[in-house]
Design a protein around this ligand. Sequence first.
Ligand code: XMP
Length: 521
Amino acid sequence: MRKPYEKIVILDFGSQYTQLIARRIREQQVYSEIVPFSVDLKVLEEEEVRGIILSGGPSSVYDQDSPHPDQAIFQLNKPILGICYGMQLMAFHQQGVVSASQAREYGHAELEVVADSPLFLDYPPESCRDDRPILTVWMSHGDRLTGLPKGFKPLGRTDNSEFAAIMNPEKQQYGLQFHPEVVHTPFGSKILSNFVHRICGCTSSWTTEAFIDDTIAQLRDLVGKRQVICALSGGVDSSVLAVLLNRAIGSKTRCVFVDNGLLRKDERKNVEEILVERMGLNIQVVDASERFLTRLAGISEPEHKRKIIGEEFIKVFFDAAGNFDFLAQGTLYPDVIESVSTKGPSATIKTHHNRVAQILDLIQQGRILEPLKELFKDEVRQVGLALGLPNEIIYRHPFPGPGLAIRVIGPVDETRLALVREADAIVREEVASAGWHNKVWQAFAILLPVHSVGVMGDQRTYENSCVVRVVQSQDAMTADWARLSPEILARISHRIINEIAGINRVLYDISSKPPATIEWE
Ligand code: XMP
């Protein structure tokens, strides 16, 4: 077994920023984990837990069903940092006074630091006024602290909050009314670094190299001489997973790549060139296009398309997989956290797994490997780069499992797939050559079931129309259409209409999500 990393545990009280706190801590090369607020005290007592962070949250400590931690955590001999609601809890449970505010304080504020503490060390010299720093911080709270909890002293104030930062030097407990994890608090990363390094005493042990070495050792140990199978899509996660497994256990890993006939132009060829020839992976390519297209014939309803594609994939994959001991999946940390309910351990179920019988059986038998499940996406990319994967895979845009089938609006057939595939290739090529690839979340084409009249030379045409969709987003929850220059749009339109026989009209989608979605189906 791998020696556990020293870590910071974050109790989640439902803040939209909880994952961001974890990522900011990991940027300090310290491992951090998110747990439900109701976590058993025993977990926090473990030796590798060097400090605890109480996240913010939308509740008021006085709400009837507001989340509260086990009060005994305030007596644990470990440093604690309470952020926003976390700070209010810290006060509420230790005889402080939390008062409801008339108005929510939201946005920038100036924090005047009023006492020395390790938390604000190394502040930028330009922020100094009369020997004490004034720091720009980001507030988003309703209630605030009006009476200090027992043993605490003030560390900083703002115009609105007398106790915007507090400390109990004896217990090494700190509270911040503002959010150090967001970019709008410019000194925030340093505050978190001071907490984890200076106050909790963590070393910088969470590095890409350490993760790779430890995971390889662990996989070798666990798998031994047994066989591992994994489904390869050519996306970042499954490619990093496959390369990591290959590095760890070589030929005992077999990857199955299913060509469902719904892939983008040259996708299969690229996977073979990059992952088989360059990276030396053992990949079985299964051409199942006909099976998928036959079952999809005449189907228009998007969810029906998805269901067919999902079912067919499982059949093709397990047929090709044959006998194996373990199935490896590219589950990432956000998938795991989403299934860890803030409502407590009883509601904790593994919702991140594909809920099909074959996979549920494997889970029950302990035959699933998820070596990336501790990582955020940006950490997966770092691992991939360190393992030698090329940028074109590491920075590939997301591509939906049902592929081009949900980008041909209405029934799917080979002719319509070929049209959207060519249009998609042109969109991606032009977006990349204009330097926009890494600035956008996705760039693609959608084929509409709408014909329109056009003229080509002296001929009247009556052909298909296609939509170009290019969006910017952080996490696909919200998205905005990319403001590509008219010149780029003109090139895309010109090329699609001139190079693809069968499309005579190009439209640019200028809808944001919400209320629209990124895909059309
Ligand atoms: P929407 O259209 O919901 O898309 O705004 C959000 C993100 O999810 C991708 N997407 C899918 N991915 N299977 C997938 O693996 C699907 O059925 C699916 N539908 C949408 C979409 O490309 C975008 O990145």
